[in-house]
Design a protein around this ligand. Structure first.
Ligand code: ZN
Length: 342
């Protein structure tokens, strides 16, 4: 029987200080050319080893080869001009300088496939690879060509599907689409967002996941969270339709958030990656705190469908804190595993 409560991270881990500025999103690289290529691979090896040492079951690249989870993918596409930048409001929340879509978008060559092969060659553990979701991609650029969020999302979904199929062929076990925008644009999610996501995942035989969260632990997000009241019911708007979708796993945020745990019931039948590690604080959870979140989740999801995870990416944290949190996640899951087998 497969191990119960397999642990994983939402995606990113901090980068080493010789590769990028610590605790900084969108940090420029500190290396160039061949040194950069080698540096990224070394960082990936370190991130993998950190997960292995902490006892994480489903491992990832820690996003060591990307500056940002959305823009690095978009940078590799034709039809997007990175010199031509516009400041737009993203996630309906904060302004960011983003690239412009100037023509038909396409993927001239694979983006992450070589990185995924490199990771696959380093480990026999199950690996998870994160891609941005179509809706989050369109929400992280300025569209001067299609002039339609929906139309552009469908184009991106087609491109993501090409990439996803090649990642699967490279040996990726779980392909995860990151859709923080699902927590903001509820009408669009239900009108076409989930359909576009399913298009991105079409024909995949590996497992598929969607990560929906309240964002990195950066100020714009923590300020936003303060306006959401004491009960966060955003998931309620999108879970019913996700429950009927073809996506296998839903990854969500729980630890220290005000998401009512019973909303998970709306996903019945799906596997659920439950965020049991808060990424908005440098305080390291105790294993017991992690176990407590998992026990609460087990009231609403079967034990063979519960996947302990982090709330979101850990890129902006310090490496020591991230390492401590990974160990806590692992230890907390082990406490609950023992309880389940007792
Ligand atoms: Zn997230």
């Amino acid at each position: 029987m497969a191990k119960l409560l397999p642990t994983s991270t939402a995606g990113s881990l901090p980068k080493p200080s010789w590769l990028a500025q610590p605790e900084t999103l969108w940090s420029p690289w500190k290396l160039q050319g061949e040194e950069l290529t080698e540096g990224k691979q070394d960082a990936l090896r370190v991130a993998l080893n950190d997960q292995r040492v902490a006892g994480i079951d489903i491992v990832s690249d820690g996003e060591q080869t990307r500056q940002h989870f959305v823009t690095t993918f978009i940078e590799h596409l034709d039809g997007v001009d990175f010199e031509k930048r516009e400041t737009v409001r993203i996630r309906n929340r904060y302004d960011a300088s983003v690239p412009t879509v100037v023509g038909a978008v396409s993927r001239p060559e694979p983006v992450f496939v070589e990185d995924a092969k490199f990771l696959r060659a380093q480990t026999d553990q199950p690996i998870k690879w994160a891609l941005p979701g179509p809706m989050t991609m369109i929400d992280t650029l300025y569209d001067g060509h299609y002039k339609s969020r929906e139309k552009l999302a469908w184009e991106f979904a087609t491109i993501l599907n090409q990439e996803a199929r090649e990642l699967q062929a490279a040996g990726v076990d779980i392909i995860q689409f990151d859709e923080p925008a699902f927590n903001v644009f509820f009408d669009e999610v239900n009108d076409w967002g989930i359909a576009a996501l399913e298009r991105a995942a079409e024909g995949l035989t590996c497992e598929t996941a969607v990560h929906i969260c309240y964002g990195y632990g950066i100020k714009a997000n923590t300020d936003w969270k303060k306006t959401l009241g004491h009960e966060w019911r955003q998931y309620e708007a999108v879970f019913p339709k996700l429950q009927t979708s073809s996506i296998d796993i839903v990854s969500l945020e729980c630890q220290h958030s005000h998401v009512p745990m019973d909303l998970i019931e709306l996903l019945r039948g799906k596997k659920v990656m439950v965020g049991a590690i808060d990424v908005a604080t440098g305080a390291i959870e105790t294993p017991e705190e992690v176990a407590d979140v998992l026990r609460k989740a087990l009231q609403f999801v079967d034990d063979d469908k519960l996947y302990p995870c982090t709330n979101c990416g850990m890129a902006p944290l310090s490496r020591n804190v991230a390492q401590g949190k990974l160990a806590a996640l692992s230890a907390g899951a082990e406490i609950v595993r023992r309880e389940l087998s007792a």
